[in-house]
Ligand binder design. Structure first.
Ligand SMILES: *Cc1c(COP(=O)(O)O)cnc(C)c1O
Length: 396
C-alpha cells in the first residue's frame, strides 16, 4: 500500500462522520459532484412514496391540513435554519434560487429607499444572480454595478442600496468574507444579500451572528434535497415588517383563504411565499434533511477542509507537474468545499474520469471541478480520485 493510501485509511478510521455515508444510496463511484446535485438519502424514496400514495392518493385534499402541506414552507425553513445559523421564523422554502434572488434583491432596494440608486453585484457571480440583478435594477430604476467581492468595501457609497454577493465562488471554490463584507455594507447604510448555494451544508454561515439582511440558497447541492428541490429565502427578523415582496402571491397574504381583493401581507417568514408550494419536492427535501439530525456543521467543516487539503496533497503527488493549476485558495479561511483545477482539454479529461468512476464536473472553458460532501465522501475516495486523475493526465 502506498503512503497516501495508508494515510487515507488512517484518516477514514479516525473520521467521526464516516458512518453517515450509510444514510445515502451510493455505489462504488467516487462522487465528487455533490456541489451540483447531492446524493440520495436512503430513506427518501420510501417517504416520497408515502407522500404520493397515502397523503395524495388517499387523503387527497385533506393533506393540506392533516399532512402539514400548507405549513411545509415555514416548517422546512426552520429545519434549514440551524444549518445556516438562523433562529427559527426567518426562513421560508419555495421557488428556485433565481426567483428568491429576485425577491430578496428587489425587497432590499425597496427598503433602502429612493435616495439610493445603485446596486452592486458580485462580478464573479453564478450567472443567474447577475441576470436577475440586471432585471431588478431595470425594474426599480437603479444602476447595476458589477464589482469583485474584494473591492466591494471601496465601491460602497451613500448611493449603494443593496449588494448581492455569492458566499462562495462557484468556479474556484473561494470563500468570501461574509462577516467583513456584511459589516462594510452596513457601515455604508446599504443592505447585504447573500447567495449561500455553495456554502449551506458545507460550512457554518452564521446569518444571525453576522447580521446578514437577506439570503437565498438552493437545497439540491450540499443539502441533498433532490433535483430541482425548492430554494429558501432568509429575511432577518428585524426587517420582516419592511419586507415588501415584488411577488406578493396569495400564499404570502395574512389571510390567504379570505380571498379578498386587497392585499395584506402576512407577518414573518411567510411573507416570502408566493404561490402554491411544490409539495412533492418540498417533502422529499424535508425527508432528506433528516440526515443532519445529529451532525454538527462545525464537524462537517472540519472534515471538508481535511478532505480538500488531502486532495491537494494527493494531486501534487500523483499528477505530472504542470498538467493542472489549482484555482482554489490554499488558506482555509478562503476555501469552501470544492477544488477547481485548470487543465488543458478539461472537458475531455472529465469525460474520461467519469468513465473511470470518478465523477466531478467540467466548467467551461478549462476547469475541472471537484466537490467534497463530507457526509458521504471519505479519504479513500479522495486518494482514488487523485490517483485516477494522475493516470488520465499521465497517459494523455
Ligand atoms: C446553483 C446556483 C444557483 C442555481 O439557481 P437555480 O435558480 O436553482 O437554478 C444560483 N446561484 C448560485 C450561486 C448557485 O451556485
Amino acid at each position: 500500500m502506498s503512503e497516501l493510501m495508508s494515510a487515507a485509511w488512517e484518516l477514514d478510521a479516525e473520521d467521526p462522520l464516516a458512518g453517515v455515508r450509510e444514510r445515502f444510496l451510493l455505489d462504488d463511484t467516487v462522487y465528487l459532484d455533490g456541489n451540483s446535485l447531492g446524493a440520495l438519502p436512503a430513506h427518501v424514496p420510501g417517504r416520497v412514496e408515502d407522500v404520493v400514495r397515502r397523503q395524495w392518493g388517499e387523503l387527497r385534499i385533506r393533506s393540506w391540513e392533516e399532512s402539514g402541506w400548507w405549513t411545509a414552507p415555514e416548517r422546512i425553513g426552520d429545519r434549514i435554519a440551524p444549518l445556516v445559523g438562523a433562529a427559527p421564523g426567518q426562513i421560508v422554502v419555495g421557488d428556485s434560487t433565481s426567483v428568491n434572488v429576485f425577491k430578496a434583491l428587489v425587497a432590499a432596494v425597496r427598503m433602502a429607499g429612493e435616495g439610493r440608486d445603485e446596486i452592486l453585484v458580485d462580478a464573479t457571480t453564478f450567472p443567474t444572480d447577475g441576470y436577475i440583478a440586471a432585471s431588478a435594477a431595470r425594474l426599480t430604476g437603479r444602476t447595476l454595478r458589477p464589482v469583485l467581492p474584494a473591492e466591494v468595501p471601496s465601491a460602497l457609497t451613500g448611493r449603494t442600496a443593496a449588494v448581492l454577493l455569492n458566499h462562495v465562488d462557484y468556479r474556484t471554490g473561494r470563500l468570501h468574507d461574509l462577516p467583513g463584507l456584511t459589516a462594510a455594507v452596513h457601515a455604508a447604510g446599504g443592505y447585504a444579500v447573500w447567495d449561500l448555494c455553495h456554502s449551506a451544508g458545507a460550512l457554518p454561515v452564521g446569518l444571525d451572528e453576522h447580521g446578514v439582511d437577506l439570503a437565498v440558497g438552493c437545497t439540491y447541492k450540499y443539502l441533498n434535497g433532490g433535483p430541482g428541490a425548492p430554494a429558501y429565502l432568509y429575511v432577518r427578523r428585524g426587517l420582516q415588517g419592511r419586507f415588501d415582496s415584488p411577488l406578493p402571491g396569495w400564499n404570502s397574504h395574512a389571510e390567504p383563504f379570505g380571498m379578498t381583493s386587497a392585499y395584506t401581507p402576512a407577518d414573518g417568514a411567510v411573507r416570502g411565499r408566493v404561490g402554491t408550494p411544490d409539495i412533492l419536492s418540498l417533502l422529499a427535501l424535508e425527508a432528506a434533511l433528516d440526515v443532519w439530525d445529529d451532525v454538527p456543521v462545525a464537524r462537517v467543516r472540519a472534515k471538508s477542509l481535511a478532505l480538500t487539503d488531502f486532495f491537494l496533497r494527493c494531486v501534487e503527488a500523483y499528477v505530472p507537474a504542470g498538467r493542472v493549476e489549482n484555482l482554489t485558495p490554499v488558506a482555509h479561511a478562503e476555501r469552501a468545499s470544492q477544488v477547481a483545477l485548470r487543465c488543458a482539454d478539461a472537458g475531455e479529461v472529465m469525460r474520461t474520469l467519469i468513465e473511470r468512476g470518478v465523477v466531478g464536473d467540467f466548467r467551461a472553458p478549462d476547469v475541472l471541478r471537484f466537490g467534497f460532501t463530507p457526509l458521504y465522501v471519505g479519504f479513500a475516495d479522495v486518494e482514488r480520485a487523485a490517483r485516477v486523475l494522475g493516470q488520465v493526465l499521465g497517459t494523455a
